[in-house]
Design a protein around this ligand. Structure first.
Ligand code: UDP
Length: 241
């Protein structure tokens, strides 16, 4: 079931169901897209309707953060649980299924380290190919043809939002992977460049606070979250945002 968060349609599903859907997408004949909006991204989508439409056309759109879950509760259409994109990728890597993946995003050194780490830790996974996420528009046809040559089943695109979602939407019909997923900074985490949030912060729903401590430059971006929740409260009280 989809929940409407200020115009962005988000799937209200459990982590287990999301993983099942991801596996079914990997076996699907058509290219499927997965987006992982958090509160900042929902706020961006609220302001930018073209971006919102792109998210709304995703095959699976998961609530990647407590901010989205809180917003859903304020709007009286509660989402049961947060489903983090990074956790979904980890569950996929940890499954014993043989899957071929192409990593696209982050800088060259980081994506190479992510590839080594996956090869070392997950013997079921084939890294079909990879490249950094910094390119000129004229390079895109070559990038896509390189991705297609590898015959990867799953393409992880980590260019940050909204760049990755717009890229996926625009080129999904040319890309021959079964699943294309926007993964934000997950390649950085897989490479060990950005640390995984410690469980204690996760349990206290304070992941955002940990990220802020580690990357203070995120503060400006995060200031959007209180505004986003304020708009949700206004919508609940007055019926319009
Ligand atoms: N990035 C990229 N190409 C770009 C801009 C960003 O590959 O043109 C990468 C950047 O190196 C980082 C990721 O995109 O690995 C964005 O990470 P961030 O944590 O900002 O993403 P979020 O998960 O917050 O969307």
């Amino acid at each position: 079931m989809k929940v409407n968060i200020l115009g962005t349609l988000i799937d209200n599903i459990s982590k287990e169901k999301a993983l099942k859907i991801l596996f079914s997408f990997i076996n699907s004949a058509n290219t499927q897209t997965i987006y992982t909006p958090n509160a900042e991204i929902c706020m961006e989508a609220y302001k930018n309707k073209t971006f919102q439409q792109v998210l709304n056309e995703g095959s699976l759109v998961i609530p990647d953060g407590q901010g989205v879950v809180l917003a859903s509760k304020i709007l009286k259409t509660p989402i049961d649980e947060k489903v983090a994109g990074f956790k979904l990728i980890l569950s996929l890597l940890e499954s014993n299924k043989p899957i071929s993946i192409y990593l696209f995003g982050s800088n060259s050194d980081t994506v190479e380290r992510a590839v080594s780490s996956i090869k070392k830790n997950y013997s079921n996974i084939t890294i079909a190919g990879y490249r950094n996420g910094y390119f000129k528009d004229e390079e895109i046809p070559l990038i896509i043809s390189d991705i297609n040559k590898t015959k990867a089943e799953l393409l992880l695109v980590g260019l940050g939002a909204p760049k990755q979602e717009l890229f996926i939407h625009q080129y999904k019909d040319k890309i021959k992977c079964n699943v294309i997923m926007g993964v934000g900074g997950s390649i950085d985490v897989l490479a060990g460049k950005v640390k995984k949030v410690p469980e204690i912060f996760v349990n206290l729903s304070l992941e955002w606070f940990y990220r802020l401590l580690k990357q203070p430059k995120r503060l400006l971006r995060m200031l959007k979250i209180p505004l986003f929740l304020y708009i949700c409260i206004k919508k609940r009280i007055f019926g319009k945002s």
